[in-house]
Design a protein around this ligand. Structure first.
Ligand SMILES: NC(=O)c1ccc[n+]([C@@H]2O[C@H](COP(=O)([O-])OP(=O)(O)OC[C@H]3O[C@@H](n4cnc5c(N)ncnc54)[C@H](OP(=O)(O)O)[C@@H]3O)[C@@H](O)[C@H]2O)c1
Length: 259
């Protein structure tokens, strides 16, 4: 099966690197097109995929296309290659372009699957949300699951949960980064070098997440386990409650969902 990336920006590069680097697909089976051909060729040398010179050439050569351009560019792309992709399948990672939206613009006979990835896919620790509603064949879906599994954890969600899934998996890495930065500031305030602070704090976040995932323990219990009576951690917990930490987390998601 030949895979064709429409666009080779940050997210497409992460996916292509993961797919090829993990051995899930041979580099020779991966094609990509992007308007800036110089940049595309440089990325091709680094990642190993085959650059192609036009959208039409990509559409003709690939069996399965990954729509990885910006959401506002999709209609233009479909206008250009709509006729050439009849009978083929598209896996789209563009925010907001779910199955229902594609249905309004896709030429008849083109199969589609919406997947929402997140940036930790760049290091093989992504969350890849697959919309349940799709028109891929069973074999295509299994193949796409296998490919995306190489860059993180694949999870299928019904359409009505894709937006909240995207908020807590696609947007929230920025909030965790803010938290890492803030604890970094605190560590610097008390004398630690900034580089050391980020290294230690990021490892702490990674380790805490891994402990929760591997043990399946409720996060509240993990928190309680660290809070000895009259100890230091419970004082920090109380300070976070006073500052509205939990509400701030929930409000950040409200801000996304109520846009
Ligand atoms: N980054 C994220 O965290 C993230 C997370 C989830 C989903 N996504 C989705 O992933 C998609 C790409 O995001 P990104 O952050 O990777 O964007 P990006 O880095 O700006 O990449 C966009 C790519 O699209 C190419 N492009 C522009 N016009 C095109 C056209 N007419 N035909 C084909 N390719 C075209 C660009 O090529 P040139 O550079 O040559 O112009 C570039 O390679 C978006 O739809 C976004 O919603 C991103």
């Amino acid at each position: 099966m030949k895979l064709g990336f429409i666009g080779m920006g940050n997210m497409a590069k992460a996916l292509a690197k993961g797919f090829i680097g993990s051995g899930a697909i041979e580099a020779a089976q991966v094609l990509a097109y992007a308007p800036n051909q110089e940049k595309l060729k440089t990325n091709a040398l680094e990642i190993g995929f085959c650059p192609v010179a036009s959208l039409k050439e990509l559409a003709a050569s690939a069996d399965l296309l990954i729509m990885a351009c910006k959401p506002y560019q999709i209609e233009g792309v479909l206008k250009e290659i709509g006729e050439d992709i009849k009978g083929k399948a598209i896996v789209s990672i563009a925010a907001g372009w779910d199955f229902t939206k594609y249905e309004t613009v896709l030429p008849e006979g083109v199969r589609v699957q919406f997947v929402m990835p997140n940036t930790p896919a760049m290091v093989g620790e992504g969350v890849l949300l697959f919309e349940e509603k799709n028109t891929l064949t069973e074999e295509e879906r299994a193949e796409v699951f296998r490919l995306f599994d190489s860059v993180g954890v694949v999870k299928e969600l019904p359409t009505h949960l894709m937006e909240i899934g995207s908020a807590v998996c696609g947007c929230a890495p920025a909030f965790v980064d803010m938290m890492i930065e803030a604890y970094g500031d605190a560590a610097v305030k008390y004398g630690m070098k900034r580089a050391d602070a980020y290294e230690l704090i990021s490892q702490m976040v990674l380790g805490s997440a891994k402990l929760q995932l591997q043990t399946g323990t409720h996060p509240g219990i993990l928190k309680d386990n660290v809070c000895s009576p009259g100890g230091t951690t419970i004082r920090g917990v109380a300070a976070l409650e006073e500052a509205g930490f939990r509400s701030a987390c929930i409000y950040s998601v409200d801000a996304i969902m109520n846009r």
